[in-house]
Design a protein around this ligand. Structure first.
Ligand code: F6R
Length: 263
């Protein structure tokens, strides 16, 4: 894992946007895996800013979101469909048919899960997957106990996740209990996993993800098996890392190497 500890959340989000832009410059028809929640919103603002400045073109990109609540119509302001339109898709030139969010309101959820997996495969797989981290160690909505080989399916949210997401809905009662989510195995198939975690509330989960034993109890630890993971943190999220100084030192060395190679 490449662990990058930035000075603050703002810098971490801007670095995430830069990495996504670098991917699109390298491969204009990249398949992006996208996340929702509070953490990536600043990153999406930066992508919009770069688009408006003519620095980035989304016209050939395709995208797949990690997850969607079950039972919310797409127009519901807290559906991830509506979130992504408001936070990114309505402000950049990704064609409407190119972005995908699982359908959380359908008669046949099993078929929707299979359809979503098949659609990712048909587009050639995800080149870069943006991830946030749940305080309970989830990625996507792969809650503790999720199979580390799981594919897109329906999951129950933990009480921790329901409490954390109540801030978007106004109360815990209004948070849907079920979600459709890419599996851990689906996420691990991405070419590059880009984890963005900020704030002291994530510090425990961050330490477990990077330094803890791999366990289905902390699904994000599965990223330790992936060959190309970048973790972007702020100081608060990094504060419980045992080897924080080592990650800072090796990242400084890496930046010197990158600069000397003109990366
Ligand atoms: C969202 C998602 C979740 C969030 C995680 C962190 O699509 O898959 O795993 O990334 O719950 O959420 P925030 O950023 O709100 O702390």
């Amino acid at each position: 894992m490449r662990v990058i500890i930035e000075t603050d959340a703002e810098t971490a989000c801007i670095s995430a946007a830069r990495i996504i832009c670098d991917q699109i410059h390298k491969k204009p028809n990249s398949v992006l895996g996208l996340a929702t929640g509070g953490t990536p919103t600043r990153c999406y603002q930066e992508l919009i800013r770069r688009f408006q400045n003519g620095e980035i073109d989304f016209s050939q990109t395709r995208s797949f979101n990690l997850d969607e609540y079950i039972g919310l119509p797409e127009e519901h302001p807290e559906s991830y469909h509506a979130f992504m339109k408001a936070q990114l898709f309505d402000h950049v030139n990704i064609p409407a048919g190119n972005w995908h969010v699982p359908k959380g309101l359908t008669d046949d959820l099993t078929r929707e899960c299979e359809r979503y997996e098949a659609a990712i495969t048909a587009e050639g797989g995800i080149d870069i997957q943006l991830l946030g981290l749940g305080r309970d160690g989830h990625i996507g909505f792969n809650e503790p106990g999720s199979s580390l080989a799981s594919r897109t399916r329906v999951k129950h949210l933990t009480m921790q996740t329901i409490a954390d997401n109540a801030r978007f809905f106004g109360s815990e009662e209004l948070v849907p209990r079920l979600a459709i989510t890419m599996g851990v195995g689906t996420i691990l198939d991405a070419g590059h996993c880009l984890m963005l975690a900020t704030g002291a509330g994530k510090a425990e989960a961050v330490a477990a993800m990077i330094e803890g034993p791999v366990s289905a109890s902390v699904p994000a630890t599965a990223l330790q098996f992936h060959r190309n993971v970048t973790v972007l943190l702020d100081q608060d999220a990094a504060k419980l890392l045992k080897h924080g100084d080592y990650y800072r030192m090796s990242e400084n060395a890496q930046r010197i190497i990158d600069n000397s190679m003109g990366v």
